[in-house]
Design a binder for this molecule. Structure first.
Ligand code: N01
Length: 485
C-alpha cells in the first residue's frame, strides 16, 4: 500500500527544510521529507571532516527568515551550522515530517492521476507534487585510479570521514587540493607523522576574512536585529561585486589574482613550492578558495606536496608517474563530487515514460533550474545552473522554493491537475543561459572544473547576480507551462 501525501520532498538539507518550512507557512501540512541518512543536515551532516567550515559568511549562509545572532565566527564551523539546522527543524515543527534512512529508488509520474509514485527502501509514496532537494554535491566522486581497491590500509572519501580511525602518528596521503582538502590538510598536519599531498591542479586561494564574533556583537544582533540585517546586507553586496568579475569585468579578477599571488609569496619562501601551488589558469575559473592556514601547513617539515601524476595505488602505497612509490597507512580521497552529472542518482520517469537521465544525456537542463519539460509537478531545488561561485547558495534555495510555492498556490487556486514547462520555453531559456556563460571566466579562464559536464558544458552555475535570479523566480508565469485540468 502506497502512503499518500500532497507533497513529497526528497532530502533533509537546507533546500528540503526550506521547502518544508514554506509549505507549513502556507498551511500545507500533508507532506513528508524522505532522507537516506539517519539525521537531517544533508551536506552539513555528510561533510564532518576535521576543519569543515563554511566558506561563505554565516550571517549570509543562513535562512533570511531565521537569523542566528550568536554565530561564533564570521565563517561558522560545520557542527555549528548543523546545530543551526536542528534549531530550525525544531522551531518550525519539521521533525514529524522526516522519514530518515529512507532511500529513494525511483519516481514515476502517472498522467491519468496527475500524481507521482516515489519508490523507496521503505515502500511507495504517492504525491501530487514531488520536490527533489537532493543537493548538487551529494554524490562523492571516487577517482578512477588503477589499484585503488587493492590498498590494504585505511581509505575513505572526505565526505564519508571515518571518525573511528585515529590519524595520530600515521603516514597519510590526501588526494585532491580543492575546497575540502584545504580545510583538512592544515587540521590534520600537526597530528599525523607524515602527510603526502597529491595535487593534480592547484587552486587559487585568498586569505579568509574570518574572525571570532565578539560578545558585544552577538548581544547587539540579539537586541537590535536590524544591525544584523545591516551586516547581512553589506556581506551580500560585497559578494555580488565578485559576480561582476566572474561574468563581465575580468579586470576585477586580475586584482584578485594579484592578492592571491601575494598570499602565496607572503607565506611560502621556497621557490619550488611557490611554483607548485601557483595555478596556470585565471583566478575564478575554478572555485576561489579561502584559507589562512593551508599554505602555512604546506611549509611544515612533515608535509610534502607531490605534483607528479598518480600512476597507481598498490597494497600499501601510491606510485607516481616517475616510478616513485610512497608508502602510507591511510589514503583520504578529497576528490570532490559528481556535480555536473545530473541531480539524482536514480530513475525519474515523466510523461510517456521519459527518463530524466535520458532527457539530460546531452547535459542537464531545466527552466529556472526548477522545472523540467516532460516532468509535470516536479520541482528541483538546486537544479541545473543555479550554483554560485560568489555567494550563499541559501539565497538561490530560497528563490527557488518561493517559485515552487507560487506554482503550488496557483495549482490549488485554479484546480490544475498538473503543470509542465513548455519545451520551447526551456530551450530558449537554456540557449540564453549558455550564451551568457560562454563569456564568463568559468568558460574562458583556461581550466577544467566540476562546473562543467564531460562535454565542457557548464550545467551548474548561474551566470550572474543572485538578485537577477530572485527577480526571475518572483512570479510563476502560467503561460510558460502546459496546464492540465
Ligand atoms: O572537491 P573539488 P571538494 N587524481 O572537486 C582532485 C564545496 N565545498 O570536495 O582540480 C588526482 O573542488 C581535483 O583535481 P583537479 C565547494 O563548492 C564547500 O574539495 O580536478 N586528483 C581537485 O583538486 C567546493 O567547490 C566547502 O585537477 C584528483 C580535488 O580532487 C565543492 O564542495 C567546503 C582526481 C577535488 O576538488 C567541492 O569541493 C568543502 C584524481 N583522479 C567543499 N580526481 C565550504 O566551505 C579529483 N582530483 C562551504
Amino acid at each position: 500500500m502506497s502512503k499518500e501525501y500532497d507533497y513529497v520532498i526528497l532530502g533533509a538539507g537546507f533546500a528540503g527544510m526550506c521547502m518544508a518550512i514554506k509549505l507549513k507557512e502556507a498551511g500545507f501540512h500533508n507532506f513528508v521529507i524522505l532522507e537516506r541518512d539517519k539525521d537531517l543536515g544533508g551536506t552539513w551532516l555528510a561533510n564532518s571532516y576535521p576543519g569543515a567550515a563554511c566558506d561563505v559568511q554565516s550571517h549570509l549562509y543562513s535562512y533570511s527568515f531565521e537569523p542566528k545572532p550568536d554565530w561564533s565566527r564570521m565563517f561558522g564551523p560545520q557542527l555549528e551550522i548543523w546545530g543551526y539546522m536542528t534549531h530550525c527543524a525544531r522551531k518550525y515543527g519539521l521533525y514529524p515530517h522526516f522519514q530518515f534512512e529512507t532511500v529513494v529508488n525511483g519516481a514515476t509520474f502517472n498522467e491519468q492521476s496527475g500524481k507521482w509514485t516515489i519508490n523507496t527502501s521503505k515502500g511507495d509514496y504517492t504525491a501530487t507534487v514531488f520536490v527533489s532537494c537532493s543537493g548538487g554535491l551529494s554524490q562523492p566522486a571516487m577517482p578512477d585510479i588503477k589499484g585503488l581497491q587493492d590498498f590494504k590500509g585505511k581509505l575513505f572519501h572526505s565526505a564519508r570521514w571515518d571518525h573511528s580511525y585515529d590519524l595520530k602518528d600515521k603516514t597519510v596521503a590526501v588526494i585532491g587540493t580543492g575546497a575540502s582538502a584545504i580545510q583538512i590538510v592544515p587540521t590534520i598536519a600537526p597530528t599525523v607523522k607524515q602527510l603526502f599531498l597529491y595535487q593534480r591542479t592547484p587552486a587559487w586561494i585568498l586569505p579568509k576574512p574570518d574572525r571570532a564574533m565578539k560578545g558585544f556583537e552577538k548581544k547587539m544582533f540579539a537586541t537590535m536585529p536590524f544591525m544584523q540585517r545591516l551586516l547581512r546586507g553589506m556581506l551580500y553586496w560585497r559578494n555580488e561585486l565578485f559576480a561582476i568579475g566572474f561574468v563581465s569585468k575580468p579586470g576585477i579578477m586580475k586584482l584578485a589574482q594579484k592578492m592571491a599571488t601575494r598570499h602565496i609569496n607572503a607565506v611560502i619562501k621556497d621557490e619550488t613550492l611557490r611554483k607548485k601551488v601557483t595555478p596556470a589558469y585565471k583566478v575564478g575559473c575554478k572555485r576561489i578558495l579561502l584559507s589562512n592556514e593551508y599554505y602555512q601547513a604546506l611549509t611544515r617539515a612533515n608535509v610534502e606536496v607531490i605534483t607528479d601524476s598518480i600512476k597507481e595505488v598498490t597494497s600499501n602505497g601510491i606510485v607516481t608517474a616517475n616510478g616513485e612509490e610512497r608508502k602510507m597507512d591511510a589514503i583520504i580521497l578529497a576528490t570532490g563530487f559528481h556535480a555536473a552529472d545530473g541531480v539524482v542518482p536514480f530513475a525519474i520517469k515523466g510523461t510517456n515514460g521519459l527518463d530524466l537521465n535520458e532527457a539530460w544525456k546531452n547535459g542537464a537542463e531545466a527552466y529556472l533550474g526548477t522545472s523540467v519539460s516532460g516532468f509535470p509537478n516536479l520541482f528541483l531545488i538546486v537544479g541545473p545552473n543555479t550554483g554560485l561561485g560568489h555567494s550563499s547558495m541559501i539565497l538561490m534555495i530560497e528563490a527557488q522554493v518561493h517559485y515552487a510555492m507560487e506554482a503550488i498556490r496557483q495549482m490549488k487556486l485554479n484546480k490544475w491537475k498538473a503543470v509542465d514547462v513548455k519545451p520551447e520555453v526551456q530551450k530558449d531559456y537554456n540557449a540564453d543561459i549558455q550564451e551568457q556563460l560562454s563569456h564568463t571566466i568559468w568558460q574562458t579562464g583556461g581550466c577544467v572544473s566540476w562546473y562543467q559536464d564531460k562535454n565542457g558544458k557548464n550545467v551548474t552555475l548561474w551566470p550572474g547576480h543572485t538578485f537577477t535570479f530572485m527577480k526571475r523566480t518572483k512570479t510563476f508565469e502560467p503561460d510558460k507551462y502546459i496546464l492540465a485540468k
